[in-house]
Structures are given as C-alpha cells and as structure tokens.
Design a protein around this ligand. Structure first.
Ligand SMILES: Cc1cc2nc3c(=O)[nH]c(=O)nc-3n(C[C@H](O)[C@H](O)[C@H](O)COP(=O)(O)OP(=O)(O)OC[C@H]3O[C@@H](n4cnc5c(N)ncnc54)[C@H](O)[C@@H]3O)c2cc1C
Length: 348
C-alpha cells in the first residue's frame, strides 16, 4: 500500500493564505474542489500590506501592462463576485489622476492617447475637481478611468474567518519535513490530496523568484478630500476621512529588515512636495514582494503532485484571478500552460 491512500481527504492542499492562496482557494471552491489551506503569518508577508491598487498602465513608460484588458476584466469580475458571496464590497472602481511632473511627460501622454489600444485607458483631464485643483500641476493631469482598488486585507480576513470556521484553514507553519510524498499524492499533517500548491510568496525557494522590499505610509492630510487615486512620484489612495495610503518604495537589498526611517523620509518628502502641507503619519507598513526576474508570474508543475503559484510581484491584485484560472485550466482541464509563466523558464 502507498504512503497516501487513494481516497483523499481533499482535492487540493495549499500552503500560504496570501493573495495567491486565497484567490486560488476561492477559484477551486467555485469549481467544486475540496481545499485545505495551511498558513502561518510571517513577518514580511506581502498581501497584508498591499495598497490594493489596480492600474492597467505602467506609468514609468506610459504603456499598458501585460495583457491589461484581459487581466482587468477577469479581476473585476472575480472580486465583484467574491464581494457578493461575502456580502461586502472588495472591488472599488477608482479613477487614477496622474499629475504630469514635466512638459515632456505630458507630451508623451498625449502621444500615447492616439494609440488605438491605449485610448481606451488614457485621457486628459481639464474638468474641475476641488481636491485635485488644490495640488500643484503646472503641466496638467491625465486620468486613467479603469483603475480600481481592492480592499485586500478585508478580503483576506473574510476568507480566513470563513475557512477557519469550516475547518478548511489551519494556522500552522509548514516545514519541508511535514510534506510526505507518494506515487499517488501528498500527505500533510493528516490531510491527503493528489495535488499540493505552494503559494508561499516571498518565503518560497523557487527558480527565478526575486524578493523586493516595499514600504508605505497611512497618513492624514488635513483639508484634502480626494475621491480619485493620485500619482506624482508616489501613489496616494484615498481611504476616507482625509486618510490616504501612500506608497510604495522598491528595494532589492536587505529585504527582511522591516520598516526604515529612510523609506519614511523618502515618501514624506515626495508627498509633502505634492500636497504642499504637513501630513500626519498614522501607520508605516512594510512587506516583501515575491517578484520574478522577468516580471511575469511563476505558475505550474514543480513535482509530480506539486504546483507553484508565485511571482505576483507588484501587481498581485490584478494578476491573481487570471493566474488562478489559468492554473486550474491547466491542471484540471489539460489546457496548455502559457509559455510566459512556466516555472522552468529560468533553468539552464
Ligand atoms: C508595500 C507593498 C505594497 C503593495 N501594493 C500593491 C498594490 O497596490 N497593488 C498590487 O496589485 N500589489 C501590491 N503589492 C504586491 C502584492 O502585495 C503581492 O503581489 C502579493 O501580495 C503576493 O501575494 P502572495 O500570496 O504570493 O504572497 P504573501 O502575501 O506573502 O503570502 C504568502 C503567505 O504564505 C505564508 N507562508 C509562507 N510559507 C509558509 C509555510 N511554510 N507555512 C505556512 N505558511 C507559509 C506567509 O506567512 C503568507 O501568509 C504590494 C506589495 C508591497 C510589499
């Protein structure tokens, strides 16, 4: 007899309840799969500090992000449906106002607006907006109407409470020695399944994974009541009552060192230049993004009964629903895995 019985307690076991594990678990449940999740909160985890911004345009180069239209459509539908399921809203459409820092950037924006694909995403904004009009913007501003923010913490907590109550989540740290493999599947702390999915984020040992530290602030900005997200050097996401989430920094060294005074100063400098007033810092958050060398997710088989779901980088919110669908189609329906996400692409 094999180590793992052929009648399994679950269809899928997942390690990690960040964005990857949560979105995958919900996607599997929608497909009728029995899922067991193990997670132990670790300092530096990414999803709990994610600002939750969904922005289909890379502002560094004013180009659409990877498969922007498809990702956005799938993400919007997924988070809206999940909100209905939990009777709460996770997906908040929020236009993003980009205040051009130079005349050159304003010119590039206008040029890009002529591109047939980009014109659905970008426009110039000359309408009156009492909050935005207070901010310095000698070169004007553009608007990305199809951006949004997802209340990631609320979603993770809603899933956690439900899964704990249903016995589908155990808050436990998994060591490599806890995983027992056989010809049929895996066993983990008394649970068995034909498939184990590693959603361990920045803590994983995966080829091509790059850990990128990010920090942000929650601040109160007196007398600024913006309804749009704002970008000029930093992102500002209004969360109500003069309160904003501001971020984020990117650092590739010393990623586990926690919140730093340097990052706080960097963000505050940029923010105070943008809003031209002193702000009150309410919170300082820090995490490590699980990015990849080529900025694409890392998805697919890494063992006979094991799969990895990682590499969500700085855009996990918009990528996770597409990744979960794609992974399920691949594993359960035999659909071809997209070359861009293959986990073996970094080997050799
Ligand atoms: C400051 C900051 C701001 C960000 N802002 C945005 C944003 O605005 N929009 C956006 O789209 N993305 C944003 N991101 C990126 C986003 O957070 C990530 O892409 C995403 O959260 C990664 O999710 P994950 O599930 O892969 O990893 P994680 O969230 O780190 O989840 C991994 C989980 O697995 C657990 N775990 C790991 N190993 C084990 C083990 N052996 N046993 C048990 N549990 C284990 C960890 O404790 C953790 O709970 C931001 C990231 C940071 C750091």
């Amino acid at each position: 007899m094999g180590l793992v019985p052929t009648s399994f307690t679950h269809d899928v076991i997942i390690i990690g309840q960040g964005l990857a594990g949560t979105v995958l678990s919900e996607t599997l449940a929608q497909r009728g799969k029995r899922v067991m999740v193990f997670d132990a909160p670790r300092p530096g985890r990414a999803s709990h500090v994610a600002a939750g911004l969904v922005n289909p345009v890379s502002l560094r180069r004013t180009v659409l992000t990877w498969r922007a239209s498809e990702m956005l459509a799938i993400a919007g539908a997924f988070y809206r449906d999940l909100g209905l399921q939990y009777d709460t809203a996770f997906w908040h459409p929020t236009p993003l106002a980009v205040l051009f820092p130079t005349a050159q950037e304003a010119g590039i924006w206008q040029l890009r607006m002529k591109d047939p694909e980009m014109m659905r995403f970008l426009r110039l904004d000359t309408s009156a907006d009492p909050a935005l009009d207070q901010l310095p913007q000698p070169y004007g501003r553009g608007i990305i109407d199809r951006s949004a923010w997802v209340d990631v913490s609320k979603m993770l907590e809603a899933y956690r409470a439900q899964a704990l109550a249903a016995g589908e989540l155990e808050e436990r740290s998994i060591e490599a020695s806890d995983i027992r493999r056989s010809d049929d599947g895996v066993e983990l702390l008394g649970r068995t399944a034909p498939l184990l999915v590693h959603c361990s984020g920045p803590f994983a040992q995966v080829d091509g994974l790059v850990q990128v530290k990010g920090e942000g602030l929650t601040v109160r900005i007196p007398d600024l009541h913006a309804t749009k997200a704002i970008h000029r050097g930093v992102f500002m996401l209004p969360v109500g009552d003069e309160v904003y989430r501001v971020g984020s920094t990117f650092a590739w060294n010393d990623v586990w060192s926690g919140p730093s005074a340097d990052a706080q100063r960097y963000l505050l400098d940029r923010l105070e230049r943008l809003v031209e007033r002193e702000v009150e810092v309410l919170d300082h958050w820090c995490g490590v993004r699980p990015a990849s060398k080529d900025r694409r997710p890392i998805l697919g088989r890494v063992g006979r009964h094991e799969v990895v779901f990682n590499g969500l980088g700085s855009r996990g919110v918009v990528l996770a629903p597409w990744c979960a669908q794609h992974l399920c189609d691949h594993v359960f329906e035999g659909a071809e895995l997209d070359e861009a996400v293959r986990p073996d692409r970094f080997i050799g």
